[in-house]
Design a protein around this ligand. Structure first.
Ligand code: HEC
Length: 500
């Protein structure tokens, strides 16, 4: 969390003033010449001549205390006043800031500073957690699900479904991906997305997938800019191959688009056996308010793809998607089932600022883009309004955004103090947050870790450990209860009563 204005920030600012900003960069023919000159004049005094070694933090080590990805641009534009980072939005143009960000990214690539090794233990308020990698050497893993106590499936965004066996004692990633997985379009934020085992997997062996794919016509014609969309399917795995493939939901062809962003793609099952899934706004924010568009929505179907008769918009006019359950959702990247109430909870990416936690309520409108706690990535205001009658307020929001991704209510036995707590990952903030929820309100937040990697997914495992899917490093880790530490053992802790 950002520190209050500190002596340190003050000292850094003083040092910057003292530094002669007249030190000119030599003529330079590299693609970053312009950015280098701006950097030397405006940034080097605090962040160091070579993007590290200054009074302020390194910009070349790939570790972002205040968010990577789009947040870097935001932090340069708006500054981080509480930490002593000035705002440059007035002084530098948008293209100049973009050039700076590209320069910083390249500097990081060139510096090849290895990320610190993952720690073996993470200390939190209640527990010391052992950290064990259960699958390494993946490529952009996106989601994890458990087939039984000892077996997990992991999606890789590029289009592979991977099997981990012997999860508990000697986790082993099967060298071959599952064969015959449907073709995906892996570009931008799209590709093979969520994987969820049927709640009755032991009886029926169904596995559910979401992915982005192209219209058959565009694919057949080899279009360079195929229109694409999220799709929901199920199948079974037999002899290490995908069989019994069934398409459960897909959009009408006219609702596919060339956009490479905001596919949503999370799945969750309610205790009554409904399948909920998310579709982001596909980069077209006004779609989120239209019931004739599938984008910017949470949908609800039966596990065989049929539409529940009591869906909220089932009897609306004919062009409305009957699968729509809620609207006004920007890009939901977390869906989880509340263990006590059975309600579905959701996290979604706001624009800059305003990542939300919502309860998914039939027919509710979550307001994107009419209301939001965020502003656009280029600094433009999307809306002045944060509230409006008839539109849901989030249960909780993060500003600045953590890029909320992955969501689970903890339900295991080994960490009883955390039972029914909500765990939310953050991509750009590289963080795992624990939210204590009482009476549908978040009363406490703890950052479980920071800067171990971009958190893509988090799930409670069959052993009651937390499994976290990280990107860079592309690793799945298990966080399990380490044998007691002084003063905080759970030897005589009472299980937390179930709190709705
Ligand atoms: C007056 C000193 C100063 C100047 C000048 C300055 N910064 Fe910073 N910057 C800071 C401080 C302090 C932080 C907070 C991190 C820390 O404590 O070191 C920071 C943070 C950042 C961060 C976020 C780092 C993270 O870990 O998330 C970025 C990105 C950044 N600065 C980029 C720039 C760029 C680009 C420039 C030039 C246009 C610049 N800064 C100029 C002091 C400065």
């Amino acid at each position: 969390m950002p520190n209050p204005p500190s002596l340190r920030a003050f000292a850094i600012a003083l040092a910057a003033l003292a530094h002669s900003a007249t030190s000119q960069a030599a003529p330079d023919a590299s693609p970053h010449a312009a950015a280098k000159a701006i950097y030397a004049a405006s940034c080097a005094s605090c962040h160091g001549k070579d993007l590290h070694g200054g009074g302020a933090s390194s910009l070349a080590d790939g570790l972002w205390q205040f968010g990577g990805g789009g947040q870097i641009r935001r932090n340069i534009m708006f500054g981080i006043p509480e930490a002593g980072m000035p705002a440059y939005g007035e002084q530098l143009s948008d293209p100049e800031i973009r050039q700076l960000v590209a320069y910083i990214h390249d500097a990081h690539d060139q510096a090849q500073i290895p990320r610190p090794e993952l720690p073996e233990v993470i200390s939190t308020r209640d527990y010391d957690l052992s950290l064990t990698p259960v699958a390494k050497g993946l490529t952009v893993p996106w989601a994890i699900t458990f087939l039984d106590h000892d077996t997990a499936l992991i999606t890789e965004r590029g289009g592979s479904l991977r099997l981990v066996e012997n999860l508990q004692h000697n986790p082993t990633l099967h060298a071959q991906p599952i064969a015959d997985i449907p073709a995906v379009i892996a570009a931008g934020q799209g590709g093979l997305l969520d994987v969820v085992a049927d709640p009755d997997y032991a009886q029926n062996q169904w596995v559910y997938l979401t992915y982005s794919h192209g219209l058959p016509k565009d694919v057949a014609e080899g279009s360079s800019k195929p229109r694409r969309m999220t799709r929901v399917v199920r199948g079974r795995i037999r002899d290490h191959a995908w069989v019994d493939h069934e398409i459960l939901w897909e959009a009408r062809p006219q609702d596919y688009s060339g956009s490479r962003v905001h596919f949503g793609g999370r799945i969750a099952f309610s205790p009554e056996g409904h399948l909920y899934f998310s579709v982001g706004d596909r980069g077209g924010m006004n779609r989120a308010q239209k019931l004739t568009q599938p984008s910017g929505k949470i949908h609800r179907i039966h596990p065989d793809g049929s539409i529940p008769e009591d869906n909220p918009f089932v009897t609306a006019e004919k062009d409305v998607y009957p699968s729509i359950y809620t609207l006004g959702n920007r890009n939901p990247q977390g869906l989880a089932t509340h263990p006590v109430t059975g309600e579905i909870w959701e996290t979604e990416h706001g624009p800059q600022g305003g990542d939300e936690v919502n309860r998914v309520i039939a027919g509710a409108n979550y307001g994107w883009p009419l209301i939001s706690y965020g502003i656009n990535y280029n600094g433009a205001t999307v809306t002045e309004r944060t509230a409006q009658e008839g539109l849901q307020q989030p249960i909780w929001y993060w500003n600045p955004s953590i890029a909320a991704c992955g969501l689970t209510f903890y339900q295991g036995d080994p960490l009883p103090r955390w039972r029914n707590n909500l765990f939310a990952g953050g991509l750009s903030y590289e963080t795992l947050m624990r939210l204590v929820v009482v009476d549908n309100r978040v009363i406490h937040q703890e950052e479980i870790f920071k800067n171990l990697g971009r958190v893509r997914d988090v799930q409670t495992g069959p052993d009651g450990a937390l499994y976290v899917v990280l990107n860079s490093p592309d690793t799945v880790i298990r966080l399990s209860h380490q044998a007691t530490r002084a003063g905080s053992g759970d030897g005589n802790a009472q299980p937390t009563p179930a709190r709705p």
